[in-house]
Design a protein around this ligand. Structure first.
Ligand SMILES: NC(=O)c1ccc[n+]([C@@H]2O[C@H](COP(=O)([O-])OP(=O)(O)OC[C@H]3O[C@@H](n4cnc5c(N)ncnc54)[C@H](OP(=O)(O)O)[C@@H]3O)[C@@H](O)[C@H]2O)c1
Length: 245
């Protein structure tokens, strides 16, 4: 799949929501989806970063995206309902949902893990994707071919010392993906998880401060799988835990 080449109009006329769209992998995915014809809803907590991505997309003459500033840490169920209602009004459907935003927290032994931080991580990485998915399912059902992608991690498939709340949250994402994929089998919505693996972003640098970032692929370089899973070439793929490379 890492050698997958997307057709230029793979995502033409599709409406795709990306969380954490302002930076790192979410920024790269938003630009890649727009470059293949999608109207992208850029959701994130830092408006300035979302505006920069908006500018990059429009300057490249790709379909005009929409900016939706939202901090997943403090968002309430009503905020998700408001978002879904806005999308319904503006677009009438949703063809793709990339759950990408997440909080790393700290690398700390469980015995000393900060309880408040644990709750924050669960709110952003687990509860937010649940509430967002729940609110958007009606809109996704209006698409002839919809894809939901959960961004996971190697530590969401095999536990590792000190990765604490982040690791547990990624295990939860994998489980949530499996439940949803099973529930939606035989519908037009497919659900999969994707592990980007080590990628040159701020989060990676935070987790591995001693690492030379230039040894890692950039977010742009791992986009083939993100495109594959979002477009119709993956129509039959459901309930799978995949790697970006
Ligand atoms: N990079 C890797 O090596 C790697 C490896 C495995 C898995 N992953 C996963 O890949 C995904 C993307 O990570 P990344 O490396 O691209 O990280 P990143 O560069 O830190 O980007 C994360 C994005 O999520 C946004 N975000 C964080 N908390 C948020 C909140 N409360 N509300 C709304 N948006 C929020 C950030 O917003 P701000 O820009 O405002 O901070 C940022 O745009 C994550 O799910 C991560 O766990 C990454």
């Amino acid at each position: 799949m890492k050698d997958y080449t997307a057709s230029p109009d793979l995502l033409k006329d599709r409406v795709i929501l990306v969380t954490g769209a302002g930076d790192g992998i979410g920024r790269a995915a938003s630009k890649a989806y727009a470059a293949h014809g999608a109207t992208v809803i850029l959701l994130g907590r830092t408006t300035r970063k979302l505006e920069n991505v908006y500018d990059e997309i429009t300057q490249a003459s790709h379909p005009e995206p929409a900016i939706y500033p939202m901090n997943l840490e403090g968002a309430s169920p009503k905020d998700y309902e408001d978002l879904a209602n806005t999308l319904e009004k503006e677009f009438g459907k949703l063809d793709g949902l990339l759950h990408n935003a997440s909080l790393l927290g700290t690398l700390t032994p469980i015995e000393h893990y900060d309880i408040e931080l644990w709750h924050k991580i669960m709110q952003v990485n687990v509860n937010a994707p649940f509430m967002l998915t729940r609110a958007c399912l009606g809109l996704l059902k209006k698409s002839a071919d919809a894809s939901i992608i959960f961004t996971t991690s190697s530590v969401g498939r095999q536990g590792r010392a000190y990765w604490g709340g982040y690791s547990v949250s990624k295990f939860a994402n994998e489980g949530f993906m499996q439940i949803l994929a099973d529930e939606l089998e035989n519908t037009s919505i497919r659900v999969n998880s994707l592990n980007p693996k080590a990628t040159r972003t701020k989060m990676r640098a935070m987790a591995y401060p001693g690492e030379n970032p230039n040894t890692l692929p950039t977010a742009d370089e791992i986009m083939p799988v993100y495109l594959y899973l979002m477009g119709s070439d993956s129509k039959e793929v459901n309930g799978q835990a995949l790697d970006a490379r």
